[in-house]
Design a protein around this ligand. Structure first.
Ligand SMILES: [Zn+2]
Length: 363
């Protein structure tokens, strides 16, 4: 009976302490017993300093140049009239040609700061626009460009944008990321397109589905600059789920395809630093390591042992438990080598492993 009398307030205290773990201050109610035959619990509150979530420090190699706070963006010449612009989260490039500016992409997060950046370095009008791919977070501010600009995209991107421009769609293009419907491309191509304007040349090439159908390689041979968006994240692990890649074998192959260009500077479209060949090689090694570790985990994580725990009555429970265990094992094998080499590897390696294991199972 004594024990039962204690148990109720003790459980209550435990529940309260869990419920109190909200906000910045954690209050734990500690129950102690007073001596005597019919002890009454004494409840006192203890303020506990919150423990920050355990997140690996971001390595110094992940950081880029400071963004001038007064302007909210950085514009820098990479070479021979080719400039890049970033606000810290997204990146674009533009070229002055002597006959007009070629602008690549138009993320809503940079928005009209892109126009300011261009006006900061040239009086030339924007005459050409290139869409790297159809995603709103990279191009949904494109309606700010002059309406007579030539707009170039791969034909799959044009198909995606036709669907996007459907006035009957339930939700607008670019929910959350902002922007609005974009002008349709005026020039489309299938495999290759060489754009020559004034003093500048850009080679556009489509090498198959990777991040999404229509995502192109944009290469400036004079400046040895390669832009490929949403594939390689210099200094960082890719965005969640291999940056939402729609074709995993194509995504992996895109690393080797990128390295087939003679480039020195790489523009990945995200975060605040430029990349180089070494960054592409490093990410390729990371992805291939994860793929090998996912293959190993598919061999070693015991499906039938997990089925013993979950039973077969709910197959989705069984597969969810099994595939999560495979991804966790793959991440456990991967992180010791990569946690200190790439920013946020601890955040998304398990999600990348999940995608790679799924691709090994079905692609
Ligand atoms: Zn994208």
């Amino acid at each position: 009976m004594k024990r039962a009398k204690f148990l109720v307030p003790l459980l209550l205290a435990l529940a309260l302490s869990l419920a109190a773990c909200t906000g910045n201050t954690e209050v734990t109610r500690v129950v102690t017993a007073t001596p005597g035959p019919t002890p009454e619990p004494i409840v006192k509150e203890v303020v506990v300093t919150p423990t920050p979530p355990s997140v690996a420090p971001v390595p110094a190699t992940a950081s880029g140049p400071a963004i001038p706070q007064d302007k909210g963006y950085l514009v820098e010449e990479i070479g021979d009239g080719l400039y890049w612009v970033t606000e810290g989260a997204y990146q674009v490039m533009f070229l002055t040609t002597g006959e007009g500016v070629i602008a690549v992409d138009a993320p809503p997060s940079i928005g009209e700061k892109y126009l300011q950046a261009i006006a900061e370095v040239t009086d030339e009008p924007i005459t050409h626009v290139i869409y790297s791919h159809s995603h709103a977070d990279h191009i949904a501010a494109a309606s700010m460009f002059p309406s007579n600009a030539v707009i170039i995209a791969q034909e799959e991107t044009a198909s995606q944008l036709e669907r996007i421009n459907d006035p009957n769609r339930s939700f607008p293009y670019g929910s959350f990321v902002g922007g609005s419907d974009v002008p349709m491309p005026t020039v489309t191509f299938s495999d290759r397109y060489t754009l020559e304007v004034g003093s500048q040349t850009l080679e556009l090439e489509y090498r198959g589905i990777n991040h999404e159908p229509g995502n192109i390689f944009i290469y400036a041979p004079e400046q040895k600059v390669l832009m490929l968006v949403d594939i390689i994240f210099p200094g960082w692990t890719p965005f969640e789920d291999l940056a939402l890649a729609e074709d995993i074998p194509g995504y992996i192959e895109a690393h080797a395809q990128a390295l087939s260009y003679d480039f020195e500077t790489f523009i990945g479209g995200h975060l605040n630093r430029l990349g180089n060949r070494r960054d592409v090689e490093i990410q390729q090694e990371y992805i291939l390591d994860m793929q090998a570790n996912a293959a190993q985990a598919l061999q070693t994580v015991d499906f039938f042992a997990i089925a013993q725990e979950t039973g077969f009555g709910n197959p989705w429970l069984l597969f969810d438990t099994y595939l999560d265990a495979v991804a966790e094992e793959c991440a456990k094998l991967t992180l010791p080598k990569w946690e200190e080499r790439l920013g946020a590897a601890d955040i998304w390696t398990v999600e990348h492993c999940f995608k790679l294991a799924e691709s090994l199972r079905i692609d």
